[in-house]
Write a protein that binds this ligand. Structure first.
Ligand code: AMP
Length: 218
């Protein structure tokens, strides 16, 4: 049940981050999210963060070179040895090719590419309502998952929450367009190698997890 190396693909708001967190615990592997890494750089106010912020706020993609470098360095860290989940990377054909090269170079073989499929019309509502606990990162939603006690995190009791700057209706449209134009061409790329498994992401979170685990355990 351990040692999985996978890519989680799917549109913004499709549940990649949520599922990645569950899989981390279930398989003892780490989530590598380029979006989280970039948001950390924005929060820290680094040069990279300053450059990335404008691009992210517009719903566009930061340069392939930057994210390929980030993932390559991160994969060398000890906690990736038992397995990892790539969340939000690769997002372009150039990134997929860069990933191929680096994996070959590091002697790593991918087990699976899982696409979480959700129809576009569901995604806008899913994204614009979401917020997270600023302390433990537990995810919530204005319609689908409010904290059990108002304004208090179920997981850690914290009372402060954050919303992503790019989770507004306008940026979501451009993120979706970017996904269809630049990222979805990767699906046939991985399908042709026999690596792709499609999971129905338009169902409740636990059911999606069960489907993903079925793929990984098969
Ligand atoms: P995410 O958290 O995966 O939705 O990513 C948020 C934003 O970070 C995206 O809309 C992009 O602007 C940027 N980003 C994250 N991952 C990548 C990537 N692999 N390539 C380019 N830009 C990325």
């Amino acid at each position: 049940m351990t040692g999985k190396r996978l890519i989680l693909m799917g549109p913004p708001g499709g549940g990649k981050g949520t599922q990645a967190k569950v899989l981390e615990d279930a398989y003892g592997i780490v989530q590598l999210s380029t979006g989280d890494m970039l948001r950390a750089a924005v929060a820290a106010g680094t040069d990279l963060g300053k450059q990335a912020k404008t691009i992210m706020d517009a719903g566009n993609l930061v340069s392939d070179e930057i994210v390929i470098g980030m993932i390559s360095e991160r994969l060398d860290e000890a906690d990736c040895a038992n397995g990892f989940i790539l969340d939000g990377f690769p997002r372009t054909v150039a990134q997929a090719e860069g990933l191929d090269l680096m994996l070959k170079d590091k002697g790593i073989v991918l087990d699976s590419v899982v696409e979480i499929r959700v129809p576009d019309q569901k995604l806008v509502d899913r994204i614009t309502g979401r917020f997270t606990c600023s302390k433990c990162g537990e995810g919530y939603h204005d319609t689908f998952k409010l904290p059990k006690t108002a304004d208090t995190c179920d997981a850690c009791g914290n009372t402060e929450f954050t919303r992503r700057a790019d989770d507004n209706a306008e940026t979501v449209k451009s993120r979706l367009k970017t996904y269809h134009e630049q990222t979805s061409p990767l699906l046939p790329f991985y399908e042709s190698r026999g690596l792709l498994a499609v999971v129905d992401g338009d169902q409740e979170m636990g059911a999606v997890t069960i489907e993903i685990k079925r793929v990984l355990d098969s």
